[in-house]
Ligand binder design. Structure first.
Ligand code: HEC
Ligand code: HEC
Ligand code: HEC
Length: 405
């Protein structure tokens, strides 16, 4: 039933008209009155869509909004009277010339933001603080390891090594998945042991093979830095004692929810730009659908968030969390956005080539043997999913230098 619903939403999003839902998909997540002015306010402020478009372009130029969101189509959708917008619409609405367009319905465009939990709303102050904490190595016992050490935002949101290296050169045996778009995952970690980004962040801060810290160390060090105390007050204005571990992970999670990657060729293709994918990549998309990869790799980040059997090495996966025999070797479906820049692959990082990973998946999950040219086309299709990391997340924050401890 859930699968059917996902497919139906996919069809509705793309099927009804080329521009349907551009605002909802690409803009509404930020323009909810928290991060940026809401729709009604924008419409009132800009009488014509051309003014709206230049204002939006300015916001993109200033790095406040990601590029490639489909601003013209959003404007034509909102105003319904722009001649520029109508032309753009005509250009993209008729997709019948593209014989591959029918495969689009198996995919879902990436929304601007993942779902925001009611108990941790996004505010610019919290996102700013979360970004600083994400980059601050002083949260780790050694003061040299930050989230960004293993989830490097200049490197696809991971560390590009087989198994992450943490405190005192220890490794935990598992490959670091990317933090990019992680907010869209239904559960966190390869074995799904954390339900939310907030719960997830408590893990690495304390894990002895990662940052090897404790909530006490983290809070004590932050409280000793007056600039941080001020920033926590601003981010959590209703909390009488805002520098606490819960707020640390809330701020980090809020920042992580802004790590979405729009504007990949694949996203542009889904939103109507038929020239965004090469013929080879479109062939790869067709094979991806035809062989049934979409049975598990579906939704906005190409993961159903469910657990599937992948018997690959001694790692028992989900079983370690539930101790149920039926969960042996079960792993959560990996997301695939940006998979072109997050080698090596699989939970143990044992495979370097994306082509090889695709072949292994086809054989182990679908019982199909791919020939080299098919694996290459699918891998090329997956490489079209590499998007843009938001500029505001990539610019290094200036951390308070004060370090009394
Ligand atoms: C990642 C968050 C984000 C997304 C996604 C986003 N915006 Fe924005 N937008 C902002 C921010 C932040 C500003 C700047 C607000 C300010 O300066 O007060 C802004 C400003 C604007 C402005 C100018 C507002 C003004 O008051 O001058 C327009 C118009 C606009 N956005 C339209 C859009 C449209 C259309 C989309 C979708 C196609 C979109 N935005 C998607 C965050 C976003
Ligand atoms: C020493 C390297 C290391 C550090 C430091 C580290 N991580 Fe990770 N991270 C990993 C590894 C390895 C995994 C996968 C572990 C597993 O699934 O068992 C992971 C998993 C994750 C995931 C889950 C993504 C998914 O696809 O399920 C998120 C989100 C994440 N880390 C965020 C963070 C944050 C936030 C911090 C800082 C507080 C952090 N990590 C610090 C190595 C690291
Ligand atoms: C039955 C569900 C299922 C099907 C079908 C499936 N996958 Fe996967 N996929 C998974 C799971 C689960 C993982 C995580 C494996 C692990 O634990 O390393 C994964 C991982 C991957 C990865 C590695 C991602 C990374 O970051 O390490 C790639 C690439 C991939 N799949 C591509 C495909 C392709 C291409 C197909 C179709 C030929 C496919 N998958 C079919 C469930 C599936």
């Amino acid at each position: 039933m859930k699968k059917l619903l996902t497919i139906l939403t996919g069809v509705m999003l793309i099927g009804s008209s080329a521009s349907a839902g551009v605002w909802e998909t690409n803009c509404a997540g930020c323009h909810n009155g928290v991060l940026a002015p809401e729709k009604e306010k924008l419409l009132k402020k800009y009488e014509t869509s051309s003014e709206f478009i230049s204002a939006a372009r300015k916001a993109v130029k200033e790095g406040k909004m990601p590029r490639g969101l489909g601003i013209r189509r959003a404007a034509s959708e909102l105003y319904g009277k722009s001649s520029i917008g109508k032309k753009a619409l005509r250009e993209t609405a008729d997709s019948s010339k593209d014989p591959y367009a029918k495969y689009k319905k198996f995919f879902t465009p990436l929304p601007a933001l993942p779902p925001i939990p009611a108990d941790n709303p996004l505010t610019p102050e919290k996102v700013k603080l979360g970004k600083m904490l994400y980059y601050d190595p002083r949260l780790s016992r050694s003061k040299v390891i930050s989230c960004n050490t293993c989830h490097n935002l200049a490197l696809g949101g991971d560390d590009n090594v087989k198994s992450s290296i943490g405190h005192e050169w220890k490794t935990g045996g598992r490959n670091a998945p990317t933090t990019l778009n992680a907010g869209f995952l239904r559960v966190q970690f390869w074995d799904g042991r954390a339900p939310t980004l907030e719960e997830q962040a408590k893990g690495p801060l304390q894990a002895h093979v990662e940052m090897n810290s404790t909530p006490e160390i983290v809070v004590r060090r932050l409280k000793a830095i007056p600039e941080y105390v001020e920033l926590f007050k601003k981010a959590f204005p209703n909390d009488p004692d805002p520098v606490n571990f819960t707020n640390v992970v809330k701020a980090i999670a809020a920042f992580e929810r802004t790590l979405t990657t729009p504007n990949s060729p694949f996203q542009r293709y889904l939103l109507g730009d038929e020239s965004a994918l090469t013929k080879e990549q479109k062939e790869g998309m067709k094979l991806f659908v035809k062989y049934g990869c979409t049975a598990c790799h579906n939704g906005p980040v190409l993961s159903d968030g469910q657990f599937h059997k992948f018997k690959w090495n001694k790692d028992l996966g989900r079983y370690k969390v539930t101790k149920k025999a039926s969960d042996k070797y079960m792993f959560r479906t990996a997301q695939l956005l940006n998979v072109g820049v997050t080698a090596p692959y699989f939970h143990d990082g044992s495979v370097n080539s994306l082509e090889e990973a695709v072949k292994i998946m086809a054989e182990k999950e679908l019982g199909k043997k791919l020939i080299d040219s098919e694996a290459k086309k699918i891998a090329d299709f997956l490489r079209s999913m590499t998007g843009e990391v938001p500029l505001q997340a990539r610019v290094l924050p200036q951390l308070p230098g004060n370090n009394p401890e």
